[in-house]
Design a protein around this ligand. Structure first.
Ligand code: CMC
Length: 429
């Protein structure tokens, strides 16, 4: 058994330092022993965008980016997508094990009992402009939940924590559906406790008047799978935001709003909307080669391609591509699919993309399915945020219970001015 230590020699001083290796990492603060003088602060690492820094220990989600592997609590994403339901996956993420039949029934019932939102929160949503982006409405309304449940501040109490977890999972579909109805100028539809989680959401989105909205079974199946695939993805930008903001011990609603804001960006959860805009912009299959050339010349990105962790086909994209076929059988093929397939074909055989290991990610095909199901483009990031809420809240709880965690506070390399004297305004040039 080799020594599980790392020896570093500082060539500035000739001194050597031995540091323990644990789980293939060294503790960054051990580097602080490396100093050139007694008053030296000590060595730090410089890692913009956390390219090579583990910020926590986690037992939730495993990714092997080179092999294209994704597992929740050890279960391969492909098996969960095929055999599980989104609600069961929320239980798995939060409690670490698949539920028994009774546990699942109880869990489902508890979530259902938390789907209604306060009437004043509904009024707050009514105050948005008619064309407000639904993700902006989602972020603000989730943040406003903290004003309705001030006890949520008590994050150390497991009973209080559990209550907010149920509220978040149960209420985000309602907030999402209300934001959609607001954009459409349609009356909000209240949750129906007789429906399953997915059916209830689709009913709040699409039912009108007394007409009973029949959820097409393939839509329910597709959304279930898409929600499972989007539920968690370890320390991505929004989950890191959730942990980072939550590390100040703010209530989980405020932290979730911050995570949702991080998700909104086009490089993260906003990418599914950006993919559809890109396909619109390309317009025709014959424009694909010219578009690819532009991307290669640095004029924009191929949205829905590339990933910080996956250097192989995103396993979620594989499942989604197959799912798209099933949905299109019901809805008819979207003409944009042809453009997407051609983009994928060219990109996967082009040296530029091969060299950089750029493959389709989860967002490349999800937007096409959402569009076929009747969701408007602006709504796509919201459809990402609903299931990712369960991942965020799982990581939040793990962070709260982790004794090694403290308030997140990175260091910087200061490159600004040294001290200088204030100059009165009349003397400034
Ligand atoms: N199109 C064209 N070139 C790309 C792309 C792309 N989509 N992504 C990366 N590159 C190039 C990039 O320009 C760089 O080239 P070079 O080495 O010549 O400078 C190289 O590939 C490495 O890229 P990077 O920007 O260093 O990679 P990153 O890990 O910082 O970024 C990413 C990851 C997902 C932000 C990026 O691939 C991207 O912007 N993709 C498009 C947006 C997208 O689809 N996002 C959804 C991600 S999956 C869902 C989620 O988890 O949110």
């Amino acid at each position: 058994m080799p020594n599980e230590t790392l020896t570093i020699t500082d060539n500035r001083t000739g001194k050597s330092y031995e540091m323990p290796i644990s789980y293939g990492t060294i503790h960054a603060t051990d580097l602080r022993k490396i100093k050139v003088s007694d008053d030296d602060f000590g060595m730090m690492t410089y890692d913009p965008a956390f390219m090579n820094t583990a910020s926590c220990k986690s037992t939730v989600t495993y990714i092997d980016g080179d092999k294209g592997i994704l597992r929740y609590r050890g279960y391969p994403i492909e098996q969960l997508a095929e055999k599980s339901t989104y609600v069961e996956v929320t239980y798995l993420l939060l409690f670490g094990e698949l539920p028994t039949k009774t546990q699942l029934e109880e869990w489902e019932k508890k979530i259902t009992m938390h789907t209604y939102i306060h009437e004043n929160l509904k009024k707050l949503m009514e105050g948005f402009r008619y064309d407000a982006h639904p993700m902006g409405m989602f972020i603000s309304t989730v943040a406003a939940l903290s004003t309705f449940y001030p006890e949520a501040n008590n994050i150390a109490d497991p009973v209080v924590r559990q209550k907010q977890i149920l509220r978040l999972i149960g209420k985000v579909p309602t907030i999402a559906a209300f934001s959609y109805r607001h954009n459409k100028g349609m009356p909000y539809v209240y949750p129906n406790n007789d429906h399953s989680f997915i059916k209830n959401f689709l009913n709040m989105m699409y039912s009108i008047g007394t007409h009973r909205y029949e959820v097409p079974p393939i839509f329910e199946k597709a959304l279930n799978i898409l929600f499972i695939l989007h539920a968690d993805h370890e320390q991505n930008c929004s989950t890191s935001a959730m942990r980072s903001v939550g590390s100040s011990h703010v209530d989980p609603f405020s932290a979730t709003a911050a995570a949702a804001a991080a998700l909104y960006g086009p490089l993260h959860g906003g990418a599914n909307e950006a993919v559809l805009r890109m396909l619109d912009h390309i317009g025709d299959i014959k424009h694909v080669p010219a578009f690819i050339e532009k991307v290669k010349n640095g004029e924009g990105k191929l949205m829905g391609f590339g990933h910080r962790v996956y250097k192989n086909y995103d396993p979620r994209a594989k499942v989604i591509k197959k799912l798209a076929d099933d949905v299109f059988k019901e809805t008819g093929v979207d003409p944009k699919l042809e453009i997407a397939l051609e983009l994928e074909r060219i990109a996967l055989s082009d040296e530029y993309f091969i060299k950089r290991k750029l493959y389709p990610n989860v967002d490349f095909y999800s937007g096409l399915i959402y569009k076929a199901m009747g969701f408007p483009m602006e709504f796509f990031p919201v459809l990402f945020a609903i299931p990712r809420t369960s991942g965020w809240i799982t990581h939040w709880q793990e962070m709260v219970l982790d004794e090694e965690q403290k308030i997140a506070r990175p260091r910087q390399i200061y490159l600004g001015y040294d001290t200088r004297d204030y100059v009165g305004i009349e003397k400034r040039k």
